[in-house]
Structures are given as structure tokens and as C-alpha cells.
Design a protein around this ligand. Structure first.
Ligand code: AMP
Length: 284
């Protein structure tokens, strides 16, 4: 396994691999790898000849009051895990390698970046789209693997790829969960033991909304029942949103529509000082 820190170097390595007929899979990450990331790596290894992962805590997607400085990092552990899982190349650039001092260009997917997490994290998806497009340009992967855990990110990136005619196939990967239902996330290390014990309330609330909708109850009543469950949990300090939306364009769904049987239930809450997100796409 190679660890490459320079854009030019990885670009010439992948160019040569592609010339030799190899299919390249890219798994973009911010590191502190867990089973969620590993599932993306495994999928890439099944579908591609070469698996590249990027490990880059992207400063541009963090707001000024967010956790960029304290975001968990452990490159040595990540390096060992990646090698064990058969990753071929880790791209591990410094922020200064990715962003020149005079960097001025950003990518925005309008409308979709303003709702849900975008409403509470202004500029977040502009940062995500910009870094992912840069990674696509540097590495030119045939396929790129993203988790449904970050559903809005996935929907926005798919739209960016389609709108801007980017020659890459986006592969969606299922959310990996702890046995109690909590979605794996690098940020789960922030949770105190008592918080961790109760953190699956988010997944339970999403499941309640799903059951209510499937029973034929209205979207509003179903959402209210789920929100009540969250409000009744003493560890939930704030609910940023609990939304029922179209999984493609992220527009609000007011009533289930037989022509559009898929519905996204998505939420973000503050659990103590930790922001948790989760979602489920259901079929009605
Ligand atoms: P991150 O390092 O948090 O930016 O995540 C890197 C990639 O891993 C993204 O495509 C995430 O959606 C994906 N990912 C994170 N957590 C999970 C999970 N629990 N299950 C599946 N994929 C995940």
C-alpha cells in the first residue's frame, strides 16, 4: 500500500494504472476509520481493480464554530486498518496541498444545499462539493463510493455529477450500524458513556415515523410522534430538523404519492455537545 501526499504524484500513478486498463475506485473519507468506511472499501475492492482512499479533514466544509480542530484524527491507526483491508493507495494531503493560498473557486448545488443540514451548517455542502470535485479531478476514479449515512451529501453529489457531466459512477452504500441501531460515525467518540447508551433514540424515532407512515397515518402526525419521542429523551438538547422529503430532489413531502413511492426520513439532533444525523429511505 502506498501513502501519497502530493496531487501530482497520485495523478501520475493513477494515469499509468488506467493506461494499463485498471478500474479505479475512490473512497473519500475524513479518516478515523470505522466499519462504515470499511464497508465502502470492501465494495470498491469487489467492483474495481485498484482502491484509493483519501483521508482529508476538509477545512472548507467546517463552519467557524464547528469541530474542525477537535475532529478525531489517528493516521497511524487508519494506515494499519487500510493496509489490512487491502487498500492500494491512501491519498493523504495537507490542507495547503489541496487549497492554494489564493484559492477562489467553489462548487454549489443550489437549493439542495440550503435545506436540512445545509440550513444549520451554511457553506458545508459548498465545501463538500468543492473537495469532492477536486478529488475527482486529481484521481479520475471510474467509481466513487459514498455512504447513505450522509444522505443529503450523497443526493447533492449525485446531482453535481449529473449536472456537471462528471465522468464517474457514484455508488451508494448502506448505512452500517451498531447492534443497538446507532449509525457508526467518527464523531460517536465524542459521546459520554450515558449519552452513548441513549443515542439510538434517533434511529428509534426514525423507525417510529416509518411505522406510522406505513400504517397510513399522515406525514404530520407521524413526524409529530417521532419528534415527541426525541423531546422526551433528556439527552436531546436540540432538534435541528426532523424532515420527510423526496430522496432525489430533497423537496418536502406533504402526502405519500403512489407515483413516488420512496420517501426519505432524515433528522439531525444535538446529543449533549455532539451533533448526530441519521436517515432512512422507506417505500410506501
Ligand atoms: P466521513 O469520513 O465521515 O466523511 O465519511 C466518509 C464516507 O463514509 C462518506 O461517504 C460517509 O457517508 C461514509 N460513512 C460514514 N459513516 C458511515 C456508516 N455508518 N455507514 C456507511 N457509510 C458511512
Amino acid at each position: 500500500m502506498q501513502v501519497i501526499k502530493r496531487k501530482k504524484e497520485i495523478n501520475s500513478i493513477v494515469k499509468k494504472l488506467r493506461k494499463d486498463g485498471k478500474k479505479i475506485g475512490l473512497v473519500p473519507t475524513m479518516g478515523f476509520l470505522h466499519e462504515g468506511h470499511i464497508s465502502l472499501i470492501e465494495k470498491s475492492k469487489k467492483q474495481c481493480d485498484i482502491t484509493v482512499i483519501s483521508i482529508f479533514v476538509n477545512p472548507v466544509q467546517f463552519g467557524p464554530d464547528e469541530d474542525f480542530a477537535r475532529y478525531p484524527r489517528d493516521f497511524e491507526r487508519d494506515r494499519m486498518l487500510a493496509a489490512e483491508k487491502g487498500v492500494d493507495i491512501i491519498f493523504y494531503p495537507e490542507p495547503s496541498e489541496m487549497y492554494a493560498e489564493n484559492h477562489l473557486s467553489y462548487v454549489k448545488v443550489e437549493k439542495m444545499e440550503k435545506v436540512m443540514c445545509g440550513k444549520f451548517r451554511p457553506g458545508h455542502f459548498r465545501g463538500v462539493c468543492t473537495v469532492v470535485l477536486k478529488l475527482f479531478n486529481i484521481i479520475s476514479p471510474d467509481k466513487a463510493f459514498f455512504g447513505m449515512k450522509d444522505f443529503q451529501q450523497l443526493a447533492i453529489l449525485k446531482k453535481m455529477v449529473s449536472d456537471l457531466d462528471i465522468d464517474v459512477q457514484v455508488v451508494e452504500c448502506e448505512t452500517i450500524r451498531e447492534p443497538d441501531g446507532l449509525a457508526l460515525s467518527s464523531r460517536n467518540v465524542y459521546l459520554k458513556p450515558e449519552e452513548r447508551k441513549n443515542a439510538n433514540v434517533l434511529y428509534r424515532a426514525i423507525n417510529i415515523a416509518e411505522n406510522e407512515i406505513k400504517k397510513g397515518n399522515s406525514i404530520t402526525a407521524s413526524k409529530n410522534k417521532a419528534v415527541k419521542m426525541l423531546k422526551d429523551c433528556a439527552f436531546v438538547k436540540k432538534i435541528d430538523y426532523f424532515d420527510i422529503r423526496d430522496p432525489e430532489d430533497l423537496k418536502t413531502v406533504k402526502k405519500p404519492d403512489s407515483k413516488k413511492p420512496k420517501i426519505l426520513i432524515a433528522s439531525a439532533i444535538w446529543f449533549g455537545k455532539t451533533r448526530l444525523i441519521d436517515n432512512k429511505v422507506i417505500e410506501v
